[in-house]
Design a protein around this ligand. Structure first.
Ligand code: ZN
Length: 182
């Protein structure tokens, strides 16, 4: 790509400045959703964004095989006769990846994640000093891993909040992107 290429986002001139933007929660959950699209998991794509108290992105992650391992060399199956032929012993969850990817201190941060964290990720979240989890989906709510996760997070004083904002439009809605040389 030409290093002088500029991308301009255009919105209508007469739009109200108070409403022509997405809220912080919508912004960060959008980033988590976008991150999930990087996942090669054929069944559950999960994305995570860790945000500082002053609204800066501290880290991102999505579920995938450990670094350096070819995504096709390990199975993505959810069930098999032998558990070693499923994805579970190998895949790194989005939240764990986000914690491990961070280049700055995560104390006091908020985790935005597209699926409620499992108990293993809850441990990483707690140890990193993250103070709030905002999640989109909670499809494993009644399963052992979620029950244990809630217990851990609650005991550690990590707030849990279901995302109630708009689900962002990943086709980026009606804004237009104009690429020009200059
Ligand atoms: Zn997990």
């Amino acid at each position: 790509m030409d290093k002088n290429l500029h991308v301009v986002v255009k919105t209508p001139d007469d739009e109200d400045v108070r409403v022509n933007h997405i809220a912080w929660d919508e912004y960060f959950m959008s980033i988590a959703i976008l991150s999930s699209l990087r996942s090669k998991d054929t069944n559950t794509k999960v994305g995570a964004a860790i945000i500082t108290p002053d609204h800066k992105v501290a880290s991102l992650g999505y579920n995938g095989m450990p670094t350096g391992i070819d995504d096709t060399s390990i199975p993505w199956a959810r069930s098999a006769e032998d558990q070693l032929d499923t994805k579970y012993p190998y895949v790194c969850h989005a939240e764990l990846n986000a914690v491990l990817n961070a280049t700055k201190d995560l104390h006091g941060c908020t985790l935005y994640v597209t699926l409620f964290p499992c108990n293993e990720c809850a441990k990483a979240v707690i140890q990193a000093g993250i103070k709030k989890v905002i999640y989109l989906d909670d499809k494993y709510h009644d399963e052992f891993i979620s029950i244990a996760s809630r217990r851990l997070l609650e005991l550690a004083g990590v707030a849990m909040e279901r995302y109630v904002g708009r689900i962002p439009n990943i086709d980026f809605g009606d804004v237009s992107y104009v690429a020009r040389q200059g």
